[in-house]
Design a protein around this ligand. Structure first.
Ligand code: PLP
Length: 451
């Protein structure tokens, strides 16, 4: 064993190796020490009975170095047909908006600086006027995400008090985020009313007592109920809350404003009733950055701003810049600046044309059987669960669809499997991706395990 240990190379020798000359010496030394320590432990516990050849050892270190120094957050092509794919980052930005933000990022800004007065300002001011103009509301606040908005609202107004909520709206959003749990963790006491399928106005009314702080309505987001169901309109809940001097709060979830043909209640409609508080996400149907937007009555928003938790939940400056641009696009009706809307609005005819161009390119460069088929794509991100967006896809005939799909994934193309074939749905694929898709498929076809 001692003899084996003595055969391990010295750190200095590794650091001088020409194969590793491109590596940062400090980082390489750390990795080499860890690796040698690992080998030493394996020898001492009799798991290793010979030292790997020196060149293999260097190769392992080289791979480790490459792995740790390569950014792991990489661009992917979304061929799933799900526009707001939560796992793939929900909304994307237009090049136009990115170019504007990119210029600002290398400079200081007036993030929290009032340039007219020359003193400290508020980051929320940059967006408040835009939100108030859009929704004709008194005041607004933006946070890290909509979960943060829910948390801050409950913690500010319903700590140790009761929050009245319908049993039909105790939603789980995904990633084990559950509305009732967040309410409880934020200090609120749940007062559930009604049944899973039906809640009446009198259920809410009977629940009101001296411990009540708020009536909340939560958008069901990712599911829908059909059949023997009933829920109460926000307008009626608002009236009831006012009658008993409670706060009414609507967690709208996706934040649909305009630009898509759907039955989703638009925030523009909701705002007309002047709710006490409304919150929604910035990166779902709104099509902007991760953020939680709150608007409503000025006196309430001011209380939210005084909660010390706000510091932990606030929006960061990069998100704020993106959100400002996205909301300005809505304000000026420049909806082509919002790719989420453009992707959802593509007609089947446009999608078919895109599919034909890509198919021709694939036929020219790849030895593959392809077929264009009608598909059904989705909005995703927990929104519009019942709505199908008719689309077209290219199906690829391969013999081991699972393996092929996995190889495509490794190379940056996220597809799905449909009837044992690979399906590339055209809805989220842009023309700028075509060359890359051809290249990925060519490479995948070369690898022996894939076909
Ligand atoms: C998505 C969603 C949330 C959470 O929003 P994030 O911005 O992802 O934090 C909260 N409530 C509802 C109803 C939602 O649909």
């Amino acid at each position: 064993m001692q003899q084996l240990l003595s055969l391990l190379p010295k750190i200095d020798q590794i650091l001088q190796a020409p194969q590793l000359s491109h590596c940062n010496k400090g980082l390489l030394k750390k990795l080499a020490q860890q690796y040698l320590q690992h080998l030493r432990e394996q020898i001492l516990t009799h798991q290793l009975h010979s030292i790997p050849p020196y060149k293999d050892l260097l190769q392992t270190l080289k791979e480790q170095y490459h792995h740790i120094t390569s950014p792991s957050l990489i661009p992917l092509i979304n061929a799933t047909g799900v526009v707001l794919q939560t796992n793939l980052g929900r909304s994307v930005f237009s090049q136009n908006i990115i170019a504007k933000i990119a210029q600002n990022l290398s400079e200081y800004s007036n993030l929290e600086y009032d340039i007219t007065q020359g003193k400290r300002g508020e980051r929320y001011e940059h967006i408040k006027a835009i939100i108030c103009a859009l929704f004709d509301c008194e005041d607004a606040l933006v946070l890290n995400n909509n979960a943060a908005a829910l948390m801050l609202i409950i913690n500010t107004f319903a700590k140790n008090k009761e929050v009245i909520i319908s049993r039909g709206e105790l939603v789980e959003i995904g990633g084990s985020f559950r509305i009732p749990e967040v309410i409880k963790e934020s200090g609120g006491i749940l007062h559930e009313v009604g049944a899973t399928n039906k809640t009446h106005l009198k259920d809410y009314e009977e629940a009101i007592n001296e411990e009540s702080a708020m009536i909340i309505k939560v958008h069901q987001s990712n599911f829908a109920q059909i059949g023997f169901t009933q829920s109460i309109d926000y307008k009626e809940l608002q009236k009831l809350a006012q009658q008993y001097h409670l706060i009414d709060y609507y967690d709208v979830g996706s934040g649909y404003i305009k630009g898509i043909k759907c039955n989703e209640p638009s925030l523009l409609e909701i705002a007309k009733n002047h709710p006490s508080l409304v919150s929604f996400s910035g990166d779902k149907l709104l099509g902007g950055t991760q953020a939680g937007i709150v608007f409503g009555k000025k006196a309430l928003i001011e209380k939210l701003k005084k909660n010390h938790l706000l510091r932990a939940l606030r929006i960061d400056k990069i998100s704020l810049m993106f959100l400002q641009e996205t909301l300005l696009a809505y304000l000026k009706d420049e909806l082509s600046l919002i790719p989420t809307l453009s992707m959802l609005n593509q007609t089947p005819k446009e999608l078919l044309q895109k599919a034909q161009i890509l198919q021709a390119q694939l036929q020219r460069h790849c030895n593959l059987q392809t077929q264009i088929i009608p598909t059904s794509s989705k909005a995703g991100g927990g929104s519009l669960p019942l709505l199908d967006f008719p689309s077209y896809g290219i199906s690829l005939q391969v013999s081991h669809a699972q393996d092929f799909c996995a190889t495509l994934r490794q190379k940056g193309l996220i597809s799905r499997i449909h009837q044992d074939k690979i399906l590339l749905d055209m809805r989220c694929i842009q023309e700028r991706h075509f060359d890359k898709i051809v290249e990925i498929l060519k490479e995948t076809l070369k690898s022996p395990t894939a076909i």
